[in-house]
Design a binder for this molecule. Structure first.
Ligand code: ACO
Length: 135
């Protein structure tokens, strides 16, 4: 599992109890996972389809440095499934785990389309600049 992104928990990220707000953490995870999917599938038109049970294992507090880990677990025909772990960067204590996040590869009309990928790519694969242009 790769832990690419680190976050420093700041006052605006907290809930009224003074710990990291779950909704904020989920927003960070969704963005992290879709970027991972975009890079793996080489297509910027990817959407979140399904997120399984979310286990908030322990809380994070202001000033903590946390890291978000994503790993591809299955390459489908149009989908990519991943798992996610968030942990404290210093103590390595697990903060959250999600077993299954499914993202779907879309064509320019927003229809699921085969991505043709079967395994994790470690080298960065450039995304065609004009693939962003919608007709
Ligand atoms: C990053 C973001 O914030 S994106 C914003 C939030 N997400 C969205 O707005 C997406 C809204 N949803 C949609 O537009 C549609 O559901 C679509 C286009 C993603 C998919 O439409 P569907 O009719 O479900 O497509 P389809 O049945 O062809 O399934 C597509 C893939 O998703 C998989 N899938 C569909 N439903 C599920 C499910 N409940 N759980 C897991 N995988 C699923 C299918 O198995 C298929 O994968 P495969 O081709 O690898 O076998």
């Amino acid at each position: 599992m790769n832990f690419y992104t680190r976050k420093w928990v700041k006052p605006e990220d907290l809930n009224p109890n003074g710990s990291l707000f779950g909704g904020t953490l989920l927003r960070w995870i969704d963005e992290e996972a879709v970027i991972y999917a975009i890079v793996q599938l080489g297509n910027p038109h990817v959407v979140t389809k399904y997120i399984s049970e979310i286990n908030f294992v322990s809380s994070a507090k202001q000033g903590d440095i946390i890291e978000l880990g994503i790993e591809a677990t299955n390459f489908g025909r149009t989908s990519l499934t991943m798992r996610c772990v968030v942990r404290n960067k210093i103590t390595r204590m697990v903060i959250l785990s999600i077993d299954k996040l499914v993202f779907v590869n879309l064509d320019k009309d927003g229809t699921p389309t085969p991505h043709g990928k079967t395994e994790i790519t470690y080298a960065y694969m450039g995304i065609e600049p004009n693939i962003n242009k919608r007709d």
